[in-house]
Design a protein around this ligand. Structure first.
Ligand code: TRP
Length: 321
């Protein structure tokens, strides 16, 4: 069975609809019929988060979100990068077959070097650790955004370098870029982005969710006028979450007139609440009790450790240690 993996850094502000549709849901779809892994790239967060409490808080939130969105009987293995004992040992050995010239070609590194004059070494080594994250577990495919293509090429190069130096050990991972979901309109019709503050968090309380949805930018026809659903930001979102019958029904109301954008917004709120009903209930249950998550993580961290341990032992033999 093919193996698929993705990693998420706990540096962000939470799971919003864009993350869900652009990353989480496509991952679940690609994971069908494969052996799937999702890990929390908490070591990677250390490149930018240097406050222990913030890191802890972000990681906890991310775990609750992921466990809330995954079905209870999920076959996906969720684990913590920093609990994989050999991950940095593997990274060290890989670094010894990685030419500096390859590292210097890494464009994000060059970007961040231009932005801040003194970056930390973890930023420099970021793609090496990301390589270990993938090749330690013999992953076949990694779904990514366009911005991660170079990292994936890098991972393939490094795996190849090791194999070329010591003999076949690592699988060269493929990647899959999802082009469909790069642009999802949000409250003001622009691309969703934290800097525009135009996204919503799936696990917001109902009041906040409602406020965000009511603030979606719309045209200014009168209530009576017929409206074109195709031109409407609210309808664009309805389309992402409603059944096709429901979409047709709402489109009809738009065109008939006497249906205001306020009505459409309230329908959208209901649709989103319904769509995420179970996940939201699960999320809130984790607020009071983390025992399920802790139990699963300790089980699943062992699976990742077993794979990485095996890889590490083989590597050590091959390098002569
Ligand atoms: N670099 C990824 C990001 O910025 C996170 C990540 C770390 C990752 N290791 C990975 C993703 C391995 C996929 C596979 O989002």
């Amino acid at each position: 069975m093919k193996k698929i993996l993705t990693g998420i850094k706990p540096t962000w502000n939470g799971m919003h609809i864009w993350n869900y549709l652009g990353a989480f849901k496509p991952f679940l779809e690609l994971a069908e019929g494969k052996e799937a892994y999702i890990f929390i790239a908490d070591y990677h967060s250390l490149t930018s988060v240097h406050e222990a409490e913030t890191l802890k808080k972000n990681k906890l939130r991310l775990l609750k979100e992921y466990f809330a969105l995954l079905p209870h009987d999920t076959k996906i293995t969720v684990f913590e990068q920093s609990k994989v004992n050999r991950i940095n040992d593997i990274t060290w050995i890989l670094s010894s077959v990685t030419p500096l010239s390859l590292m210097l070609r890494w464009h994000s590194f060059k970007d961040s070097k231009n932005k801040n004059s003194d970056i930390n070494m973890a930023v420099f080594n970021y793609p090496l650790l990301m390589t270990s994250d993938i090749i330690s577990y013999d992953i076949d495919i990694v779904p990514i955004w366009k911005d991660q293509i170079q990292h994936m090429e890098f991972a393939r190069d490094i795996a190849w370098n090791f194999n070329n130096t010591y003999g076949e050990l690592f699988k060269l991972p493929d990647y899959h870029v999802d082009k469909n979901l790069q642009t999802i309109p949000w409250t003001d019709g622009r691309k969703m982005s934290k800097s525009y503050d135009n996204f919503i968090w799936i696990f917001d309380d109902e009041k906040t969710l409602k406020k965000k949805i009511m603030s979606i930018v719309t045209w200014s026809e009168t209530l009576e006028e017929p409206k074109d659903p195709k031109k409407c930001n609210v309808f664009a979102l309805i389309k992402l979450f409603a059944s096709s019958e429901k979409q047709k029904e709402i489109a009809k109301k738009y065109k008939a007139g006497n249906y205001g954008y306020g009505h459409a917004k309230l329908e959208l709120l209901e649709i989103i609440l319904e769509y995420f009903k179970e996940a939201r209930a699960r999320y809130y249950s984790f607020e009071n009790d983390m025992s399920y998550i802790e139990k699963k993580l300790s089980e699943w961290n062992k699976i990742a450790n077993k794979l990485a341990d095996e890889k590490y032992e083989k590597m050590m033999k091959m390098v002569g240690l």
